[in-house]
Design a protein around this ligand. Structure first.
Ligand SMILES: *[C@@H]1O[C@H](CO)[C@@H](O)[C@H](O)[C@H]1NC(C)=O
Length: 141
């Protein structure tokens, strides 16, 4: 009986340490960066406004090709972090889920790089070394 209690106490300590270590390493190392470039077309300004459940990153205007719009965040431990953006330009108005933890965390390895085309966004594939992970816009609500 005494042994069982000791084993249980040990288990609790181990679980606690694993949770703390996981949280700490994510906090320190796992600052995820999402960055995107406007490939809509020459002379088209990309107006982008991203949000998550907790954050409103505000509207930003991104010129064609010459600049990136980037933001950093800390994915939560429950792998439910999600950011979505509205993309607005002369001739287009779409939403896209720019970060879905279960879809992107492993693919990006903490830097998610996107090119935004009129047909939809394409993410950089670090294995193929090209922007080949293309997605459709979110369906209209
Ligand atoms: C935008 O980000 C990509 C990927 O990090 C980089 O290759 C490119 O040079 C950046 N463009 C500008 C204009 O900073």
């Amino acid at each position: 009986m005494k042994n069982t209690t000791q084993i249980l106490q040990w288990l609790l300590v181990v679980v606690f340490l694993v949770v703390v270590a996981n949280t700490t390493s994510r906090r320190i190392e796992a600052k995820t960066l999402v960055t995107m470039a406007n490939l809509l077309g020459p002379d088209l300004v990309m107006n982008v406004h991203c949000k998550s459940k907790d954050d409103d990153l505000g509207p930003h205007s991104v010129p064609y090709k010459v600049a990136n719009y980037s933001f950093r965040f800390e994915p939560n431990l429950w792998e439910t972090t999600q950011f979505w953006c509205r993309f607005l330009w002369t001739g287009g108005d779409h939403y896209f889920d720019i970060y879905i933890d279960t879809r992107d965390a492993l693919k990006c390895n903490e830097i998610c790089t996107w090119k935004i085309y009129t047909d939809g966004p394409c993410m950089y594939d670090r294995y193929k070394e090209e922007y080949s992970l293309c997605h459709d816009w979110n369906p209209p609500k």
